[in-house]
Design a protein around this ligand. Sequence first.
Ligand SMILES: Nc1ncnc2c1ncn2[C@@H]1O[C@H](COP(=O)(O)OP(=O)(O)OP(=O)(O)O)[C@@H](O)[C@H]1O
Ligand SMILES: [Mg+2]
Length: 347
Amino acid sequence: MIQFDAVHKRFPNGTTAVHDLSLEMPEGGVTVLVGSSGCGKTTTLRMVNRMVDPTSGTIRVGGRDVLEQDAAELRRSIGYVIQQSGLFPHRTVLDNIATVPLLLGWGRRKARARAAELLETVGLTAEAGKRYPHQLSGGQQQRVGVARALAADPPVLLMDEPFGAVDPVVRSQLQDELIRLQKELSKTIVFVTHDIDEAVRLGDRIAIFRTGGHLVQCAAPAELLARPADDFVADFLGAERGLKLLSLTTLADVPRGPAPEGGTWKLVLDEARRPQAWRTEGAEIPVRPLRDTDSLLAALNESIASPTGFVARVDADGALTGVTSRAEIHEHAGEAHSSHSTAGAAI
Ligand SMILES: Nc1ncnc2c1ncn2[C@@H]1O[C@H](COP(=O)(O)OP(=O)(O)OP(=O)(O)O)[C@@H](O)[C@H]1O
Ligand SMILES: [Mg+2]
């Protein structure tokens, strides 16, 4: 766990970057820091590994005060990923990833074997390992940045807008990869972003800062979306915060029934009972079937696209398990809102 206790940071030029910050970042969870430019996110992150020291207050990592630890040693024990990956341009990708293990005295062979293993973990080929950073795409470079940060298997990972410089499609892929990796590795991650959707997707907790280094609210995404502490937080979350909340609720609890018979539209299945399309005389509209793990937002979207207002639901093999009407999805969307609100009120 990372614990900030009454932490202040005032730079020599008089700027207060972080103001009286008390915050707990749970072990094995992702804490996302968001807020407008200059509100102290990077400074907060860099105080964890002592790239910046606080003016006052205490920061503990795993119960130990960081100021009582050797700064260089602490830095090597914490992974750090930044925007534009920060790779060494004159070293191959493999050598970039092996940097920290080599510094820790692992020996070249073991460090390189570890680097090769991590290349695969982050979805890159062995061939990519032989290239130099400028010979990779932006998204690939970010993957190398993540691999390098993971190389010595540190319990803590600091990520400062790691996916900020790539296009939305690649960004979404990198987020998927991080979610997958985190399921396996359970690192304590502090993640800075400007993108509230990214925060909602990745965060177990989201901390919202405002200018002057003030923490405004820290809560689980669903609680934050259902009960923003004030207008600043509500504005920051955006007008679609209701829809964002639906993206966090799955279809699992929404009832399903048999596909409608005898209407104008018929649901066409293949031989493995996988839904293909809605068919009527002279027209066929493709179906995007949904699983229980899909969100209510995806379901609403699909129900609007569906000519019948029904969405087709499938099991893990893609076979039809039933259909659900737009009205039923709506009803659950309303319940999702009120249940999150009540949960928030109880805290
Ligand atoms: N070394 C420094 N010396 C003086 N002021 C600094 C220094 N580093 C940061 N600051 C100031 O501290 C404040 C917080 O900066 P910080 O980089 O933590 O913000 P941020 O939230 O990460 O912003 P961004 O979203 O733009 O990255 C800003 O006003 C910045 O100008
Ligand atoms: Mg920053």
